[in-house]
Design a binder for this molecule. Structure first.
Ligand code: HEC
Ligand code: HEC
Length: 257
């Protein structure tokens, strides 16, 4: 992730968060991430522990797991558990450029398969944001055609993905995050992507990427996966829980004074 240059102060805040949440013991480097992910998927999760572990993640992804509407932080609520674990592994492995989150994924893996199972199961069960941000709506017919011809066979008619195949749920994700990931997968900045998918979007120009991201952002996840109202707040968190975005806004306001 590229921090915007105006974010010096906020990176300071993030650095502090990271410092304070650093593990006290020596990190045991996991030998084989695939094996750990595989094991975690077969364990029975302890959601109470998952809730505790999720506190660190909520700094950026928000207590609800809804991310930021501008797409800097993705929504992770309601994602398949297998996909959450694969992305954590890929971030840990350096397959995605994500320096701010890196220490958190490293720490999650250092805690072992059971903790990973607890954390990922907790996130997967969080209800999704009912009003994710969508694109400009200008090329939806094109987006629909591109989606049906190229993406449906893996991500499903409704963008629901496939947990067995590690295909992410993409319906209901914030538009700008979708667009950024498509660009990054296309130019191989995201190095863990499915080869077939990379080939497929290789020929897409920006208009086409934007059209298909717009279409996907408007696909509705199953109702049972969504929070039942817009101002639903995660009851596992205090109302005044301070996210990185809030901290950044507050710093910016102070700066204006
Ligand atoms: C310092 C901020 C920060 C923290 C803390 C953080 N993340 Fe992230 N996370 C990000 C950013 C930024 C991205 C998107 C990176 C990109 O654009 O490729 C991301 C991406 C992800 C993704 C991939 C989502 C997708 O759709 O592919 C998952 C899963 C995830 N984070 C889970 C977690 C979990 C679990 C924790 C806690 C252990 C955590 N994150 C902590 C910033 C953070
Ligand atoms: C051959 C199967 C396949 C096809 C076809 C495919 N994808 Fe994917 N897609 C994947 C897999 C697997 C991932 C996860 C890759 C990874 O682990 O980084 C992914 C990741 C993504 C992501 C990132 C999601 C996230 O949460 O970070 C987006 C967005 C996406 N695909 C959209 C599309 C679109 C739009 C198309 C059609 C133009 C498409 N995909 C075609 C398999 C596919």
């Amino acid at each position: 992730m590229n921090l915007p240059s105006s974010a010096t102060k906020s990176s300071l805040v993030l650095a502090l968060f990271i410092l304070f949440s650093a593990p006290s013991g020596v990190l045991a480097e996991p030998k084989n991430l695939d094996e750990i992910v595989d094991k975690a998927l077969r364990l029975k999760p302890d959601l109470e522990n998952g809730k505790k572990l999720y506190r660190n993640c909520a700094l950026c992804h928000t207590p609800e797991g809804w991310g930021s509407p501008g797409g800097r932080f993705p929504q992770i609520a309601g994602q398949h558990q297998s996909v959450i674990l694969k992305q954590l592994a890929d971030i840990h492995d350096g397959n995605r450029d994500n320096p701010t989150m890196y220490p958190f994924s490293e720490r999650a893996f250092a805690q072992g398969a059971q903790a990973l199972a607890d954390l990922s199961a907790y996130v997967a069960r969080l209800p999704m944001v009912p009003n994710n941000t969508v694109g400009p709506g200008a090329d939806l017919e094109l987006g629909k055609k591109l989606y049906h011809d190229n993406c449906k066979k893996c991500h499903g008619a409704n963008g629901e993905g496939d947990p067995e195949e590690f295909y992410p749920r993409i319906a209901g994700q914030h538009f700008l995050y979708l667009l950024r990931q498509l660009e990054w997968i296309k130019i191989k900045k995201r190095r863990n992507a499915d080869e077939k998918m990379v080939k497929q979007i290789h020929g897409f120009d920006l208009k086409e990427l934007s059209a298909v991201a717009d279409y996907v952002s408007r696909l509705r996840p199953d109702k049972t996966l969504l929070a039942d109202h817009l101002d639903w707040r995660n009851p596992d968190f205090r109302r005044d829980f301070r996210t990185a975005q809030k901290a950044q806004r507050e710093l910016a306001e102070e700066g204006d004074k």
